[in-house]
Design a protein around this ligand. Structure first.
Ligand code: PHE
Length: 517
């Protein structure tokens, strides 16, 4: 099929056709124009446009413009047509299975072919169906162990019917059509065409319509004679491409607002790469702790180490690990400078909290009470599954003040989580190397009908705080939770890979709802 004319030319073709007589079936529209009309040459020899979907869609496009200008009226007619399946097309080209079997056989007086020999010649699939049909049609007959032609000539009516359907989309014999459908050689499809008649503003020439009333039109006075395109109040506006926050960032905003409301300041978290010193040692995590293993922590290859931590403080941390102090016996092992210098992708934001606590202990004027929070990315060398990624976000808060107690921590958790809409908390004793006591925080999940862990918390150890230079009566609460878990609950997402990563559709961010705690 040669190419379709442009929409402008097709519009003229339709107008000239309608001028002669209403179009009753746009599938039979002849592509031609009087020689003096623009575009006539581009059409080439007259031909019928045909019933293809592309062709009728082009007609639809041209009609939409003409109808909008009231130059024509049109009506779409939907009809059932029959088309060939892939197998049907093959038969239309090569002949039916029974025909192929018949052709493969020798004449009545020849040497018969066995079923296996037929299969070898025409293929298993053709042989299976073809042999039976050819026998039924009495085209072939049995001779000894094999088969021969029973007649010299046959009419392959299946092929002929298919060829007819291929060109017209129909067949007069309904029963035959039904049979061919059952044999999956033809299938019913929907097709459409148009009826077209003259409209109120019919003309065979298309006047240029103005889409805007411009200064030029007003100045020249041309506006008086110009015709204007009608507003289409039914048109959908172009989708706007506004910015949107990722669901995690929306929930992060909610958390930030809760923290700010409670008088917290935000800690700087722009250090994804951290020395083991801040990530582990300053937190009194022993250097042999299993969480430091390669399979739990990402260690950097280049550069491998950094010693960017205060020397005197380093000495105090080393001593407290090796021999204790501040009322502690320590871990009693040789502390390795090499180990503490190793760079890691931070495994928790508590590395940031630790560095900040050191800072407030050593600020000019000495320690002042502080409430600080952070929400940012952390990295763990985990195998990825429905609820784990190798990186996620932590929400972390620390409160430092004189004489805080465990009751203060519990009371604080209750206020904090209530602001997120989570009440009904339970606390379970837990273990962190840097906090004592430590508490896991559980909340009753109405949907899952069970208690789920929502966070981890504790009171930082004196072995961690006092080497920093914090006064002995200063207590520090800390707690952490993941940002992903509450986000997944908010958005009803059960697989974390639907929230983050390469499998997430690119427009998920734009389509996701706002969130409010
Ligand atoms: N760092 C802990 C975690 O990764 C959270 C925590 C922070 C616990 C502060 C106690 C104090 O789970």
């Amino acid at each position: 099929m040669s190419g379709l004319p442009s929409s402008d030319t097709l519009q003229l073709v339709i107008l000239h056709a309608v001028d002669a007589a209403p179009i009753t079936d746009s599938r039979t529209l002849s592509l031609q124009l009087p020689a003096n009309v623009e575009g006539a040459q581009s059409l080439g020899a007259p031909r019928v446009i045909g019933s293809g979907a592309d062709e009728q869609n082009a007609v639809k496009g041209a009609l939409d413009s003409l109808v909008a200008r009231e130059m024509v009226t049109s009506e779409q007619v939907t009809v059932d047509v029959h088309g060939l399946t892939a197998e049907g097309n093959a038969i239309a080209q090569n002949g039916s299975h029974e025909y192929l079997v018949w052709s493969a056989l020798p004449p009545l007086d020849g040497t018969p072919l066995t079923a296996q020999e037929i299969q070898a010649k025409v293929g298993k699939d053709v042989a299976k169906v073809g042999q039976g049909n050819a026998m039924k049609n009495k085209w072939v007959t049995k001779k000894g162990d094999g088969f021969v032609k029973a007649v010299d000539t046959v009419v392959d009516s299946t092929k002929e019917a298919l060829l007819a359907i291929q060109s017209t989309g129909a067949h007069a014999d309904e029963k035959l059509l039904g049979d061919l459908r059952k044999r999956k050689l033809v299938e019913k499809k929907k097709s459409f065409y148009f009826k077209v008649a003259k409209g109120a503003k019919f003309s065979t020439t298309i006047e240029k319509v103005e889409t805007d009333l411009t200064v030029e039109l007003l100045n020249s006075g041309a506006w008086e004679k110009a015709s204007f395109k009608k507003y289409n109040f039914d048109a959908e506006g172009a989708p706007t491409n506004g910015g949107a926050l990722h669901p995690l960032m929306k929930v992060r905003e909610e958390f930030r607002n809760i923290f700010f409301e409670m008088g917290f300041t935000e800690m700087p978290t722009n250090r994804f790469v951290e020395s083991s010193f801040w990530n582990f040692d300053s937190l009194f995590v022993p250097q042999q702790h299993p969480a430091r293993e390669m399979q739990d922590t990402f260690y950097l290859k280049d550069p491998v180490t950094s010693t960017g931590f205060p020397q005197d403080y380093y000495e105090r941390v080393k001593t407290v690990h090796q021999t204790g102090g501040f009322g502690s016996t320590g871990y009693i092992y040789p502390f390795s400078k090499e180990e503490t210098s190793r760079l890691v992708l931070r495994t928790h934001t508590t590395s940031v909290s630790s560095a900040m606590l050191y800072e407030i202990a050593n600020q000019p004027g000495g320690f002042k009470p502080a409430k600080m929070f952070s929400i940012d990315r952390v990295f763990r060398n985990e195998s990825v599954d429905a609820t784990h990624l190798a990186e996620f976000h932590q929400v972390e808060g620390v409160v430092a003040d004189r004489n805080l107690t465990l009751a203060d921590l519990i009371g604080f958790m209750e206020v904090f989580f209530a602001k997120m809409g989570v009440t009904n908390l339970r606390f379970k004793p837990a273990y962190n190397p840097y906090t004592e006591p430590s508490l896991e925080i559980f909340s009753y999940h109405e949907g899952l009908k069970k208690w789920v862990e929502i966070g981890n918390s504790g009171m930082f150890r004196p072995e961690m705080l006092e080497p920093m230079g914090l006064p002995a009566d200063v207590r520090v609460h800390g707690w952490g939770l993941s940002l992903e878990r509450p986000t997944m609950i908010r958005y009803g997402i059960s697989n974390i890979r639907d929230l983050l990563g390469h499998k997430v559709p690119i427009d998920m961010t734009e389509r996701s709802a706002a969130v409010r705690f």
